[in-house]
Design a protein around this ligand. Structure first.
Ligand code: FE2
Ligand code: FE2
Length: 521
C-alpha cells in the first residue's frame, strides 16, 4: 500500500464530432495524467460539463447541435463557481475566427493541425494561471481575514489602552484624593466608588480593623450590596480564614479560599453576599483591611491589568487609611489636651463650668439641623470646643472677678478671640476652626469684636457658635446677674435677630429646642 499522498487527477472534457480527434486527444491526455471525458456534439458537451464538472474543456468549433463557440459562451456565461477554462480548436486558420473564439470567452485557441505537445503546453499554462489566480484569491481572502482580525485586535488593544489611560488618570486622581482625604468615612467611600467604577464590578465591601491593635476585621462600608448581607461579616485574625488572609499578599478568589481547611462557613457567608474576590489591604506587613469584590459587570473575568490596578488601588488605600488613622489619633489627642485645659479653667470658675461642652453640643446640633456637610459639622464642633481657648491667656483674677469689670479689664477679656486664633494658628487640622474662634463675638451689624465684621463677612460657622455661646451665657448665672430661662433667652435672641444674630440660626435653634433635639439641662 503506497503512503504517497494521492494527487487528484484533473478531468478534461474533449468535445469533437470527429471520433479520431477525440481518441487521439484521449490517448495524449491520459498519458499525461489526465482523466478524459468526451462528447460528440455541442449539446452532449454541455450535458457532460454540467454533470461531471471538468477542470478544462477542449471544444471543436464546428460541432452539430451546438457549435464550440455556443458551448463556450454558455459555459462562460453561467459564471459562478464552476466555470472551467476552455480551449477552442478549429480548422480555420483565419484571425477573425480566432478573435471570435476568444471573444466568446475561450481561454486559448488552437488551430488544426496542432501537435499534442502544443496542447499540453497551453493546458499547463492555463492550469498554472488558474492555480495562481486561485492562490491569489485564497491569499486575498486570508489577507482580508487577517486584516479583520488585526482590526478587531487593534480595537481591543485600543479600548484596553483607553481604559488603561483612563484608569491611570483615575488612579492618580484617586491617590491624590485619598491622600487629601483624612476623614476615614469619606476616604472609604471614595475608594469603593472608584473600585466599583474602575473595575466594573457589581459590588464591593470594605472590612477594617477597629483600632490599630485590633485583630478582627469588621464591616465598614459597601457599595452595590444589601447591608444586611454584609454588616455581620467579621473575620478574626485567629480564625482559619483570618490566618490565610494575613499571609496573603495578592487578591484571592473565593473559590481558591474555599479549599483551605476550616474556612467554609465564613467563605460561604462571603460568597452568599455575591463576592468572588478577597483583596487583603496590608500596611507595613500587617493586615488592616479586606476589600471584597463582586462579579464583574458583563460577566468578564478579571484580567492581568485589573489585578495590577487592584493591587495598586489597595496599596494606595492602605497608605491613605493609615494616614487617616494617625491623623485622627493625633487630632483626638490634641483635642483631648485642649479640652482638659479648658476644663481646668472652667472647673475653677463655678459660673462657666460646663460652658464649652454645652456650646459644642448646641452648635453641633444647629449645624446638623441646618443641613451642613459632615465635614462642616465637625469644623463647627471643633470651633465650639475651642472658642474660648484664648481665655487661657487672660488673667484668672479678671476672669473670675465677682464684680463687674472696668474698661481696662474688659479690654483684656475682649482680646481672647484674637489670643485663641493665635494659639491655634499653624495647627493644620484646626485651620478652619480659627475663623470661629476669632469671630464668635462678632455681630451681623458690625458692632462686635475684634474685627467688626458685618453681614456676609461673618461666616455661617461663626454665626452658629455666636448663637450657641450667647444662649449658654444668657442661661447661666453670672456673678452680677441671674440666668434667664430658656423662653426669655430665646425671646431676647429673636429680638436681636438680624442685628446681632443670624435669623435662620436662631430659628433653627428654637426649633431644635422645641422638638427636644437639644435638651437644655
Ligand atoms: Fe468667648
Ligand atoms: Fe464662650
Amino acid at each position: 500500500m503506497s503512503l504517497e499522498p494521492r494527487v487528484e487527477r484533473k478531468r478534461v472534457l474533449v468535445a469533437d464530432d470527429d471520433p479520431r480527434v477525440v481518441e487521439l486527444l484521449r490517448i495524449t491526455l491520459a498519458n499525461s495524467g489526465y482523466d478524459v471525458l468526451s462528447a460528440q456534439d455541442g449539446r452532449e458537451a454541455l450535458e457532460v460539463a454540467g454533470r461531471q464538472k471538468p477542470d478544462l474543456v477542449i471544444l471543436d468549433v464546428k460541432m452539430p447541435k451546438a457549435s464550440g463557440l455556443e458551448v463556450c459562451e454558455s459555459l462562460k456565461g453561467k459564471g459562478g463557481e464552476h466555470c472551467p477554462p476552455v480551449i477552442l480548436i478549429s480548422g480555420q486558420a483565419d484571425p477573425a475566427a480566432r478573435l471570435r473564439g476568444l471573444t466568446s470567452g475561450a481561454d486559448d485557441f488552437l488551430t488544426k493541425p496542432f501537435s499534442p505537445q502544443e496542447l499540453l503546453v497551453k493546458m499547463d499554462k492555463i492550469f498554472k494561471g488558474f492555480e495562481d489566480s486561485k492562490h491569489l484569491s485564497d491569499v486575498s481572502v486570508e489577507f482580508e481575514r487577517e486584516i479583520k482580525r488585526g482590526e478587531e485586535q487593534l480595537e481591543k488593544v485600543n479600548n484596553e489602552l483607553k481604559r488603561l489611560l483612563y484608569s491611570k488618570d483615575t488612579l492618580i486622581g484617586l491617590s491624590q484624593q485619598l491622600n487629601s482625604s483624612l476623614r476615614l468615612e469619606t476616604l472609604l467611600d471614595t475608594f469603593l466608588l472608584s473600585v466599583v467604577g474602575q473595575l466594573r464590578v457589581e459590588s464591593a465591601c470594605f472590612l477594617l480593623v477597629q483600632g490599630w491593635d485590633s485583630r478582627t476585621l469588621v464591616y465598614c462600608a459597601s457599595k452595590g450590596v444589601k447591608r444586611e448581607l454584609v454588616k455581620n461579616i467579621e473575620i478574626s485574625f485567629d480564625s482559619p480564614l483570618g490566618s490565610v488572609l494575613s499571609s496573603a499578599d495578592t487578591p484571592l478568589g473565593v473559590d481558591e479560599l474555599a479549599d483551605s481547611p476550616g474556612v467554609s462557613e465564613q467563605v460561604q457567608q462571603i460568597a452568599a453576599a455575591g463576592f468572588m474576590l478577597c483583596c487583603p489591604i496590608v500596611v507595613k506587613s500587617r493586615l488592616i483591611g479586606l476589600l471584597l469584590l463582586g462579579e464583574r459587570l458583563h460577566g468578564n473575568g478579571f484580567t492581568q491589568l485589573d489585578m495590577e490596578m487592584l493591587a495598586s488601588l489597595c496599596s494606595s488605600a492602605g497608605i491613605a487609611i493609615e494616614n487617616a488613622r494617625l491623623y485622627n489619633e493625633l487630632r483626638e489627642t490634641y483635642l483631648a489636651t485642649i479640652k482638659a485645659f479648658v476644663n481646668t479653667i472652667e472647673a475653677k470658675d463655678p459660673y462657666t463650668r460646663g460652658h464649652t461642652e454645652r456650646v459644642a453640643e448646641y452648635a453641633t446640633s444647629i449645624a446638623e439641623g441646618m443641613g451642613l456637610s459632615p465635614e462642616e459639622v465637625e469644623t463647627v464642633r471643633f470651633g465650639a470646643i475651642l472658642h474660648d481657648i484664648g481665655k487661657l491667656g487672660v488673667y484668672e483674677q479678671i476672669l473670675w472677678k465677682p464684680t463687674e469689670l472696668d474698661e481696662e479689664e474688659w479690654k483684656i477679656v475682649k482680646s481672647h478671640p484674637e489670643m485663641g486664633a493665635s494659639i491655634l494658628s499653624g495647627i493644620r487640622f484646626l485651620e478652619k476652626a480659627i475663623d470661629i474662634v476669632r469671630h464668635h463675638h462678632e455681630r451681623l451689624d458690625g458692632k462686635g469684636y475684634p474685627d467688626s465684621l458685618q453681614g456676609d463677612a461673618l461666616s455661617l460657622n461663626a454665626r452658629i457658635v455666636c448663637v450657641a455661646d450667647s444662649f449658654d451665657a444668657m442661661t447661666s448665672d453670672r456673678p452680677y446677674r441671674d440666668a434667664l430661662n430658656v423662653k426669655e433667652a430665646l425671646s431676647q435672641m429673636e429680638k436681636k435677630s438680624g442685628t446681632q444674630f443670624d435669623r435662620r440660626v436662631v430659628e433653627t435653634f428654637r426649633k431644635l429646642i422645641m422638638e427636644g433635639t437639644i435638651n437644655i439641662g
